[in-house]
Design a protein around this ligand. Structure first.
Ligand SMILES: NC(=O)c1ccc[n+]([C@@H]2O[C@H](COP(=O)([O-])OP(=O)(O)OC[C@H]3O[C@@H](n4cnc5c(N)ncnc54)[C@H](OP(=O)(O)O)[C@@H]3O)[C@@H](O)[C@H]2O)c1
Length: 280
C-alpha cells in the first residue's frame, strides 16, 4: 500500500511545530529534519500522542552547514523512495553579523543556501510521489531590500535587509521551481505566514530585549496556530495555492524585488555555481 510522506524542516518550534501537529493526522509517515535531536525526540513523542499510527523519523540536519544538509539528504534517500510534500520552513534572524561554517552570512546560509541544496537533493523523491508538493515558508520581508552582489557574503551587514534578502532568495527558489517543474506536475507554494509570535530572532538577543520587542509588537502578532494555518492550507489545497504566493492564506501578487526576474536569473545561476550544481 502507498505510504504518504511529509518532510519538514524546523519542526521543533513556532510555525513548523504547530503545522506538523496538524499535518501528522493526514500522513502515514513524517520526516522531521531537526538540528537539535533532543527537541526532535520530544516532538516525536508529542506527535505519537496525536497520531499513534503515523511513523515519525528524526533526521539530523543543520541547514546552515552544507555538509550536514548533504548527509541528511543521503540518509533520507536510504530510508524512502518518495516524499509527497517537502516543507522548507526552518529559518532564523540574526541581529549581529555572523558566518556559517562554510563562510556565508548566517541568515543567507540558513534561510536560503541550505534549503536550496536540500530541495535540490530531495526533488527527485518529491517528483516520485503522488502529491509532488513543495511548500516554501518565505516572508513579506522579501520586500525589504533588492538582491545585491556579493550575494552570499555581503561586505556590510544590516539585520533587516540581510533577513529580507535571505527570504527574497526563498521566494526566487519557489518561483524557479514552479517555472522549471510545474509542467511535470510539481506544485509549489511560497507562504507568508503573517507576523507570528514565535522564537525567531530571540536566541541572539537578551531575553529582556526580546520580551520588550515582542511586547511592543504584540497587538500585531498572530498565534503560532494561526500562522501555521497558511502552511496547512497550502498543503491541503494545492488546487488553490499551487504556483502562487500565499499572504496569510490570501492569493497575492508578488511585487517589488519579488518580480525582478532578471535578478532572479542572476541569483539562481550564482547559487547553482556556488553549490557546484548544474540545475535545480
Ligand atoms: N515568525 C514570523 O513572524 C515569521 C514571519 C514570516 C516568515 N517567517 C518564517 O517562518 C519560518 C519559521 O519561523 P518561526 O517564526 O516559526 O521561528 P522559530 O520559532 O524560531 O522556529 C524556527 C525553526 O527553524 C529551526 N532552525 C533554525 N536554524 C536552523 C538551522 N541552522 N538548521 C536547522 N533548523 C534550524 C529551529 O530549530 P530549533 O528549534 O533547534 O531552534 C526551529 O525549529 C522561518 O522560515 C521564518 O523566516 C516567520
Amino acid at each position: 500500500m502507498y505510504e504518504s510522506i511529509l518532510a519538514i524542516t524546523g519542526p521543533t518550534s513556532g510555525i513548523g511545530q504547530a503545522a506538523v501537529k496538524v499535518l501528522v493526522k493526514q500522513y502515514d509517515r513524517v520526516l522531521l529534519l531537526c538540528r537539535n535531536l533532543t527537541k526532535g525526540e520530544a516532538l516525536k513523542k508529542a506527535l505519537f500522542e496525536i497520531n499513534p499510527q503515523a511513523r515519525v523519523d528524526l533526521i539530523e540536519c543543520d541547514l546552515s552547514d552544507l555538509s550536514s544538509v548533504k548527509t541528511a539528504a543521503a540518509t533520507i534517500h536510504k530510508q524512502v523512495n518518495h516524499i509527497d510534500c517537502l516543507i522548507n520552513n526552518a529559518g532564523m534572524v540574526s541581529t549581529t553579523k555572523r558566518e556559517s561554517s562554510d563562510g556565508y552570512e548566517l541568515m543567507m546560509a540558513t534561510n536560503y543556501l541550505g534549503p536550496f541544496l536540500l530541495t535540490h537533493e530531495l526533488l527527485p523523491l518529491v517528483m516520485n510521489s503522488e502529491s509532488n508538493q513543495v511548500i516554501v515558508v518565505s516572508s513579506g520581508a522579501y520586500k525589504f531590500a533588492p538582491m545585491k552582489r556579493p550575494f552570499f557574503s555581503p561586505k556590510s551587514f544590516n539585520p533587516i535587509t540581510g533577513y529580507g534578502k535571505s527570504k527574497l532568495g526563498t521566494l526566487y527558489l519557489a518561483q524557479e521551481l514552479h517555472e522549471m517543474y510545474s509542467q511535470k506536475g510539481l506544485k509549489v507554494t511560497a507562504v507568508h505566514p503573517g507576523m507570528v509570535k514565535t522564537n525567531i530572532g530571540r536566541d541572539n538577543v537578551s531575553e529582556w530585549l526580546g520580551n520588550l520587542v515582542f511586547r511592543m509588537l504584540d497587538p500585531f502578532f498572530v498565534t503560532v496556530e494561526e500562522g501555521a494555518q497558511s502552511v496547512v492550507s497550502a498543503v491541503r489545497h494545492p488546487e488553490i495555492y499551487a504556483g502562487i504566493y500565499s499572504d496569510e492564506g490570501t492569493v497575492a501578487a508578488v511585487t517589488k524585488h519579488g518580480s525582478d526576474f532578471q535578478m532572479r536569473r542572476l541569483f539562481i545561476d550564482a547559487t547553482l555555481k556556488e553549490l557546484n550544481l548544474i540545475a535545480l
